[in-house]
Design a protein around this ligand. Sequence first.
Ligand code: UD1
Ligand code: UDP
Length: 377
Amino acid sequence: MALIMSGTRKIVTVFGTRPEAIKLFPLVHALDADLRFDSRVLVSGQHRGMLDQVLEIAGIAPHHDLDVMQPNQSLDALTARLLTGIGEVLDRERPDWVVVQGDTATAMCGALAAYFRQIDVCHIEAGLRSGDIYHPFPEEVNRKVIGTLAKLHAAPTETSAASLRAENVVPDAIHVTGNTVIDALHWITTKVAKTPALVADLAEVEARFAGKRIIGVTSHRRENFGDGMRGIANAIKRLAAREDVALIFPVHLNPNVRAIMNEELAGFDNIALLEPLDYPHFARLLDICTLMLTDSGGVQEEAPALGKPVLVMRETTERPEGVEAGTARLVGTDEDAIVAEVTRLLDDDSAYAAMARAHNPFGDGKSAARIADLLAR
Ligand code: UD1
Ligand code: UDP
């Protein structure tokens, strides 16, 4: 039995989806290794397979797993399951801090359940704002709700800290820590360098597409369901008609994404539709690609750090830093606009070179240690 020193801070870290797990494993590692903390992990299981992929590679065995995921879950039923489930665990654990990350339903319910018990909330990746409550949906509002409740706001950049100050969050509660995604990316890159077998599953696709320029694709945003997803699929088909290009698309497990992509994109020579890649394989995709085409939040942060241009299939972004630095560009979901922007990058070397600069506005890889120090204060 582990001995817990008196004066240690009990932390319950709550997460449930793939991106939260990726961005929180560096903090969980830091808390586990630090005698100032008694660290507990509560996973909601909002995602199942995609969460478990991260837990496995990061070596995290949760203390609590609510296993809430249901097929094609609605936001309201999911929220109800999360709020009651997380609340019951917090009643048993009674931590000093609840840590949540980002903007998911799990993060919002984790913060709310803590607030209902007057437990202090630490929000990681605080202060991102698009200014539009329907883009990203429902994440913009989730983030604002958490921002209202949190006692400690770990803002990744000065821009996100300024957004919190503009909403009258007490300045002393805001700390610019960088984004833990860069910690995660460094960790996985080092691990893969030591153990190349971790990325062996991509070898077949890489051999099939040898000599072609690779475009990595991900897509899952709720606000893109329907017409947006169809625009993305049509653009991919047109791009795949080029001999010199191949597209690697690990398809999100959300059935609203899979139905359209499987229907529209299966069977093309230059398109590899894959199951979700685990983090080592996804880091490999980031490494071998010429550019990323995505509506993901996390990929907007990772690709610039690796000097890969990222075309963002959204109307707005709560991560303007990459766009301002010129390494990311908003292209929306219109088929013609996507094809035009990708074609420009593929055919115009100077346009490509202008975007393909390693630029790291989101952190230096030491964010988890900074956050641990803040939690220990
Ligand atoms: C969720 C988050 C979103 C985040 C995204 C990251 C909310 C409201 N949405 O969206 O902010 O950007 O995760 O990927 O919090 N599914 C599986 N297995 C999995 C994961 C999902 O089968 O491992 C399927 C299930 O049918 C599930 C559906 O996908 O019901 C939707 O999952 P959900 O977490 O509600 O929404 P996401 O679109 O994944
Ligand atoms: N990712 C992954 N495998 C994939 C696609 C993405 O490991 O097949 C990682 C990616 O590196 C990033 C995170 O998942 O860290 C982004 O998750 P997602 O796009 O699902 O959510 P978002 O960041 O948009 O909330």
